[in-house]
Design a protein around this ligand. Structure first.
Ligand code: GLN
Length: 485
């Protein structure tokens, strides 16, 4: 692996903008690393080598001519295959969109282009982001770079594995119920889901619209902050996007004293769940570290945690059934050659192209929205969601952040089930529209990474990044340790 790929984004950008290294050489180093490890990892669905090298050369020309460098000038990035890049395919890992070409750029892509980032390729994911292992992808299974017999987590497993294996310094993912932070935990990278509405979702393929958020993977919190500084901010094309101006999220990140000022809430309900003993031990050690750095540790209670799996399932599936309704084989995407009538055409187009998990969620979502069931399930779930949000707000009167393990379970082998409760503490941020970040904290005896997770009040994104950075500094996690693949 080329030494240049061990650099942080900040260092890479500095080296590129000072002319010390060429963006083209960095992109070539990425493709060389990909050629070495991709046969075992399978993180990418598409590699854009020609296009990427052309963009990298443009960055190098800019540097040579003395033009002002972008905030991420010449830095390579991986993009989850459910975010549109104009003129490129976007499959969402579904046969239904296998031949779909994006007609426009997602807002985040526009912003990344302006910042000078170089798109290396499209990363694998669970079909339409439905899953926790990346195994529901219609095209391939991605392996965990720390042990290729294990899953990388999901749904953004390709983006997590690509960063973990040193194929790209950072990547974008989407997170509806933990799809960034769970694979980040499983792969030992930093995974951040910003507050709902902080980053525009325009141009991202919707899963459950009231939960979905675009977010990031990187090896350090600082790199995360750099990427968020580029992609966050108002966008009139996403009606729920917060009207916030773009700010520099790296500002104040190195405040060494922040831990002394923080009240960290440990959820009382953590003991209600079966957590892997090694994860629990690593978490307890992390709490001790925060305490020894001067943070005040308090117990908080969110009694409605117990409803999270049911709430998530009901509301997410209801929104899935509405969002996936547009994939009808008529307007775009896969069209069955076997339809004998309009209804038959709809059913065959969907039947032949959508995977089992997607069909299951459409059926369940349609059921909970049915005239007879709506009040019993969907309406009740929305009411309980408000109860949960109130519980969380109450907890945040007693602490700055809720701190928990990132996942309650270690990665499993292919074909084994990830438990429904594995990512309960990450899903809660989606239900509440809150920011959440997974930060690596250590390794298990079998050499698999483990992570911790901070959740904060809505729009506390700048502060949560500071807290995560401060934790990273005391966590003894070695950012230069890469998996042997
Ligand atoms: N594992 C969750 C699910 O399958 C999360 C998905 C996501 O965040 N996209 O719904």
């Amino acid at each position: 692996m080329d030494e240049i790929l061990k650099d942080t984004v900040k260092d890479l950008r500095l080296k590129i903008c000072s002319g010390e290294v060429k963006s083209v050489d960095v992109a070539k180093a990425c493709y060389k690393r990909i050629a070495e490890v991709e046969p075992k990892i399978k993180a990418f669905l598409l590699l854009n080598e020609k296009e990427a090298l052309r963009h990298a050369a443009q960055s190098d020309d800019k540097v040579r001519s003395g033009a002002k460098c972008g905030y991420l000038e010449g830095v390579p990035i991986g993009i989850k295959d459910n975010i549109m890049i104009k003129g490129e395919s976007m499959t969402s890992a579904s046969k239904y969109l296998e031949n779909y070409i994006s007609p426009y750029d997602a807002t985040v892509i526009e912003k990344l282009k302006t910042a000078g980032a170089v798109f290396i390729g499209r990363t694998n994911m669970d079909e339409f982001a439905m899953g926790s292992s990346t195994e529901t992808s219609a095209f391939q299974k991605t392996a965990n770079p720390w042990n290729t017999e294990y899953i990388p987590g999901g749904s953004s497993g390709g983006s997590a594995a690509a960063v973990c294996a040193g194929m790209v310094p950072f990547s974008l993912g989407t997170d509806t119920g933990g799809s960034i932070r769970q694979p980040a935990g499983f792969c030992g990278v930093v995974g951040f889901k910003p507050s709902y509405g902080l980053v525009s979702r325009y141009g991202a393929c919707a899963l459950a619209s009231s939960f979905d958020q675009i977010g990031t993977f990187s090896r350090t919190v600082k790199d995360t902050a750099m990427l968020i500084s580029v992609i966050a901010g108002k966008d009139y094309r996403d009606p729920v996007c917060e009207p916030t101006d773009t700010i520099d999220y790296t500002f104040g990140l190195e405040d060494a004293d922040i831990l002394k000022k923080l009240k960290i809430g440990i959820p009382k309900e953590l003991s209600d769940y079966e957590t892997d003993p090694e994860i629990l031990k690593a978490f307890e050690e992390s709490v001790k570290k925060l305490k020894s750095e001067g943070s005040q540790i308090v117990e908080v209670s969110v009694p409605s945690y117990k409803y999270v799996p049911a709430l998530y399932k009901i509301i997410m599936c209801a929104e899935v059934s509405a969002n996936i309704a547009k994939f009808d084989g008529i307007r775009y995407g896969y069209r069955s050659p076997n339809g004998k009538s309009l209804n038959d055409e709809y059913s065959k187009s969907r039947g032949e192209s959508l995977g089992y998990e997607v069909k299951k969620r459409i059926l369940f979502g349609t059921f909970v929205l049915g005239a007879k069931n709506y009040h019993k399930y969907y309406h009740t779930a929305q009411k309980v969601r408000t109860v949960l949000i109130n519980d969380l707000n109450k907890a945040f009167t007693a602490c700055d952040f809720i701190f928990s393990p990132a996942t309650l379970q270690m990665p499993v082998k292919f074909g084994q089930q990830v438990s429904e409760e594995c990512d309960i503490f990450t899903t809660v941020s989606n239900l509440g529209g809150l920011p959440g970040i997974s930060v690596p904290c250590g390794f298990s005896r079998s050499g698999m990474p483990m992570g911790v997770h901070f959740t904060g009040p809505r729009l506390s994104d700048a502060k949560i990044l500071q807290a995560a950075r401060a934790f990273e500094r005391v966590s003894e996690w070695d950012i230069n340790r890469f998996p042997k693949i």
